[in-house]
Design a protein around this ligand. Structure first.
Ligand code: GLU
Length: 373
């Protein structure tokens, strides 16, 4: 295998490989991928498959020819296509497969997150291949991850995988768009994901799936923060899988960070969605960024959005322009309206009751800096 220290990998297969013609599942690319999964398992590697394509696979059952499909119809297509796709994968293997359907809401809820983690572990312990997709039939826009690249990165972090392999219809990340620039070359390794890397990604490109190179970089960034390597490779080419098994790199590898974030900070930074904003003064920004302080109410100048205690919020500078940090607020937006700018000794006077717990609005252990001063 490309890296012999990998023990558990998440393999993401895009819609363009599952149903390349938008006309049901096709064996063309799936057979070599299934063979690769079998080989990995024979080498002692645990594999979790994230399979896109329920909408693309189900589409041919509906008499609808427009490119843009209304959401209710998409949900129905996903329901049929998911079943076809699972049947297809199950027929490829002699070992059992399990269907795991998730939404962003499942992964950002602490209890469901732990349940998912435990279920994956049990499935792998018993030699079952977990096959994951977003629960497209019921997911609402707010509760969706939206693309399976990011979903696969979340699955990789939930399952503490060593690597995320994204099988796409491109070979990897190029120095420029290879369709437009003949001088574009493949970048084999990325050690740091920064704005320059995002600029190389451009916009979405595939006409079948949801993601493009950008969502793949986002996924690699999420995975890297947890110390997980991400490989982007071309799933159309059988040679890709031969390379991987022979230990050579067929695409672009993004290395996981040597010092991963704690699981809690990773969850706050990459899984929780912010429900509101807290704007703070300059002294407060200094305390957060330079002194490693917790957020106290005295530095708060403005509160935006409706959130409850425990929800994630973004801390911004007082003009609202820069995002400084993200974290879980111990107070609701309503409570913060009353105590903003106040000292903690005045809380009971402002609120009419005495809040329990510490004085911090966001404790340092539940805060991630987004910007360094
Ligand atoms: N979950 C979607 C599906 O199965 C795919 C999302 C994506 O293409 O990333 O159709």
């Amino acid at each position: 295998m490309l890296n012999p220290s990998w023990r558990r990998v998440v393999l993401k297969v895009g819609s363009a490989l599952i149903a390349p013609e938008n006309d049901g599942c096709s064996e063309k690319y799936l057979r070599p991928i299934a063979e690769f999964i079998r080989q990995c398992r024979m080498q002692g590697l645990e594999v979790i498959l994230v399979s896109s394509g329920s909408v693309a696979a189900g589409r041919h059952h509906f008499n609808f020819s427009h490119q843009r499909v209304p959401i209710a119809l998409k949900r129905a297509m996903a329901a049929v296509g998911q079943n076809e796709m699972m049947n297809f994968w199950s027929r490829c293997f002699e070992f059992p497969c399990a269907q795991v359907l998730l939404t962003h809401g499942d992964l950002s809820d602490r209890v469901r997150h732990v349940n998912a983690r435990n279920t994956f572990q049990r499935l792998l312990d018993h030699g079952v291949l977990p096959i994951v997709n977003e629960n497209d039939t019921i997911a609402t826009e707010e509760l969706k991850v939206g693309d399976n690249d990011n979903l696969a990165a979340m699955v990789a972090t939930v399952t503490s995988a060593d690597a995320l392999i994204i099988c796409s219809d491109v070979q990897g990340l190029y120095t420029a768009d290879p369709n437009k620039d003949p001088k574009a070359t493949l970048i084999p390794e990325v050690r740091q994901i920064d704005q320059r890397i995002y600029q190389l990604a451009g916009g979405a490109s595939s006409s079948v799936g949801t993601g493009g190179m950008r969502t793949k970089i986002e996924a690699a960034e999420k995975a890297a923060a947890q110390g997980i390597d991400t490989l982007i490779c071309d799933g159309h080419q059988a040679v890709t899988f031969q390379c991987l098994l022979a230990g050579t790199n067929p695409g672009t590898i993004f290395y996981g960070q040597a010092k991963p974030l704690s699981a809690k900070k990773h969850w706050v930074r990459h899984t929780l969605r912010a429900k509101g904003e807290i704007w703070v003064d300059d002294g407060c920004i200094d305390a957060l960024c330079r002194n490693g302080a917790s957020l106290l109410s005295s530095g708060i100048v403005q509160v935006k959005g409706e959130f409850e205690s425990g929800d994630a919020v973004i801390i911004r500078c007082k003009a609202g322009k820069r995002s400084i940090a993200k974290g879980g607020s111990r107070f609701s937006a309503n409570e913060l309206f009353s105590i903003k700018g106040q000292q903690s000794r005045d809380f009971s006077h402002c609120l009419g009751y005495c809040p329990t717990g510490s004085d911090a609005v966001i404790h340092r252990s539940e805060m991630m800096l987004l910007e360094k001063l």
